[in-house]
Ligand binder design. Structure first.
Ligand code: BGC
Length: 442
C-alpha cells in the first residue's frame, strides 16, 4: 500500500456547522416552532424541544468537543426571533447570550462564521406575510444592523441567508417547510425579496464593518440528465440547475434574476458576495416526465448502485462535490464549504463519506481552486427540520431526552484530518479501509 498524505494549505479552516433553531432549544417565538406543533408536519410528530440545549449553556461543552477534535472554526447562526421578539422590541439579554457564545469560540481559538438567517422567521414576521412581503428587505436590514453593531468585535465573516433556494423550494413549492405553500408565483416573489434582503444586508454590514466579508450560502445539488442521449432530459437538468443552483449567486454577481417567465434586474445586488458559501450533500438524475405535472414535469432519482444514507435521501457521490466546487469558480470569489455531511445514526457510511469528499476537495485545492475552509454538518445530532430526530447528522450522537452525547468514530477521523491539516493513508487504514486502495492506489 502506498503511504501518503494529501495536505491542505496553511490556515485552512476546519470546522463544523450548526444553526440556532436546530441546536439551541426552547426556541418558541418563530414560525418553525408553531409549525412543529401542528399535527402531521414533522416526521413521527417530533418537535425541536430542548434540541442540544445550547441556549441554556451547553454550547460550552460542545465547543470544547470541537477544540479537542482539532477544529479551528465554527459556523453558527443567530436567531432573529430572539434578537427582535416583537417588531418594536430588541432583546439585550439575547444579544448578550450570543456575545458570550462568540467570545467562547474566540477564547477557544475557533474562528466564527455567523449566519444571519437560517430558515426560521420571527412569528410576527410571518404574520406580516413573511418573505412574500416586500417590506422584509428593510426589516431584515434593521435586524442585521443591530446584530452586526453588537457582535462585530468577534465576527468578520458573515453569511446573510442560508440556502435561500431551499427556503423557496421547500416552503413555497413543495410545502415541506412553513408556510407550506405550493405556489409558483409566491416562490418567485420570495426569491426576489431574498435578493433584495441579501443586498440590503450586504451593504449595511460593509457600512458598519469595513473589513467584513459577506456572502450567501447556496445549497448546490448536482443535476445530471437521466438519459444523456435524450435532449429533453438534458434540457430539464440544465434548466433545474440554473434555477436551483445559479439563481442566487448569479443575482449577487450581476444583479440579474432569471426566471422561466421573466427577468428582473436589481442594481443594488451587483457585486454583493465577497465569498460563496457552498453546501453540498448529494447529486441526482433528472428526467423529463410530461405525465408528472405535480412534480413540475420532472422525474428525479439517484444513479443505480450508489451508497445511500439510511433513509435514502443522500447518495454518496463524492465526484459531485468536485463538480460543485468547479461550478463555484465561475463566480470569481473565494469559496467556503459551509456544509457537507450525511445522516447516518450507525456511522457506517459517514467515515468513507467524509474521507471521499475531503479527497475530492483536496483535488480542487491542489488545482488552485480558491477553497478556504470546510464545515462538516454537523458537530452534534440536532433537530432535522421536517425529518425531526429521524435523521442524525452529528459527529456526536445526542439523546435529546437525557442530553447525553456519545462520540461516533467519524469524530476521531475528522479530528485526525483537522489536526494534520490533511488526509492520510493511515487514517483510511484505520477508519475506512474499504476505500483505502481506491484513494491511495499502489
Ligand atoms: C441545512 C441544514 C440541514 C442540513 C441537512 C442543509 O440543507 O442548511 O439546516 O440540517 O441541510 O439536511
Amino acid at each position: 500500500m502506498a503511504q501518503a498524505t494529501f495536505h491542505f494549505p496553511r490556515g485552512f479552516l476546519w470546522g463544523t456547522a450548526t444553526s440556532s433553531h436546530q441546536v439551541e432549544g426552547d426556541n418558541k417565538n418563530n414560525n418553525w416552532w408553531a409549525w412543529e406543533q401542528e399535527s402531521g408536519r414533522i416526521a413521527e410528530g417530533h418537535t425541536s424541544g430542548l434540541a442540544c440545549d445550547w441556549w441554556a449553556g451547553r454550547w460550552q461543552e460542545d465547543f470544547d468537543r470541537a477544540v479537542e477534535t482539532g477544529q479551528n472554526a465554527h459556523r453558527l447562526s443567530i436567531e432573529w426571533s430572539r434578537i427582535q421578539p416583537a417588531p418594536d422590541r430588541w432583546d439585550e439579554h439575547a444579544l448578550d447570550n450570543y456575545h458570550q457564545m462568540l467570545r467562547g469560540l474566540k477564547e477557544r481559538g475557533l474562528t466564527p462564521i455567523v449566519t444571519l438567517h437560517h430558515f426560521t422567521d420571527p412569528f410576527w414576521l410571518e404574520e406580516q406575510g413573511g418573505w412574500e412581503n416586500e417590506a422584509v428587505a428593510a426589516l431584515f436590514e434593521a435586524y442585521v444592523r443591530r446584530v452586526v453593531e453588537t457582535l462585530k468585535e468577534y465576527v468578520s465573516i458573515w453569511c446573510t441567508i442560508n440556502e435561500p433556494n431551499v427556503v423557496a423550494t421547500a416552503g413555497y413549492l413543495m410545502g415541506w417547510f412553513p408556510p407550506g405553500k405550493q405556489d409558483l408565483n409566491a416562490a418567485i416573489q420570495v426569491m426576489t425579496n431574498q435578493v433584495r434582503a441579501h443586498s440590503a444586508a450586504y451593504h449595511a454590514i460593509h457600512e458598519i464593518q469595513s473589513e467584513a466579508r459577506v456572502g450567501l450560502v447556496v445549497n448546490y445539488r448536482g443535476f445530471d440528465p437521466l438519459r444523456t442521449w435524450f435532449p429533453p432530459d438534458r434540457l430539464a437538468a440544465r434548466y433545474v440547475s440554473r434555477l436551483y443552483n445559479d439563481f442566487f449567486p448569479r443575482a449577487a454577481l450581476d444583479g440579474k434574476l432569471v426566471f422561466l417567465t421573466k427577468r428582473i434586474t436589481i442594481p443594488q445586488a451587483i457585486g454583493t458576495q465577497d465569498f460563496l458559501g457552498i453546501n453540498y450533500y448529494t447529486q441526482e438524475l433528472i428526467g423529463f416526465a410530461p405525465r408528472a405535472p405535480k412534480e413540475i414535469f420532472l422525474r428525479r432519482s439517484f444513479p443505480e448502485n450508489v451508497d445511500l444514507s439510511p433513509s435514502g435521501v443522500i447518495a454518496n457521490i463524492p465526484k459531485g462535490f468536485l463538480k460543485a466546487l468547479h461550478w463555484g469558480l465561475q463566480y470569481k470569489v473565494p469559496i467556503i464549504v459551509t456544509e457537507n455531511g450525511v445522516e447516518d445514526a450507525a456511522d457506517e457510511l459517514r467515515p468513507r463519506y467524509i474521507a471521499e469528499h475531503i479527497h475530492q476537495m483536496w483535488r480542487a485545492v491542489n488545482a488552485y481552486y480558491p477553497v478556504e475552509g470546510y464545515f462538516h454538518w454537523s458537530l452534534i445530532d440536532n433537530f432535522e427540520w421536517h425529518q425531526g430526530w429521524t435523521q442524525r447528522f452529528g459527529l456526536w450522537e445526542l439523546d435529546p431526552e437525557t442530553q447525553i452525547r456519545s462520540k461516533r468514530p467519524s469524530a476521531d477521523l475528522y479530528a485526525a484530518i483537522c489536526k494534520q491539516n490533511g488526509l492520510s493513508s493511515d487514517m483510511l487504514a484505520e477508519f475506512a479501509p474499504i476505500i483505502l486502495e481506491k484513494i491511495f492506489p499502489d
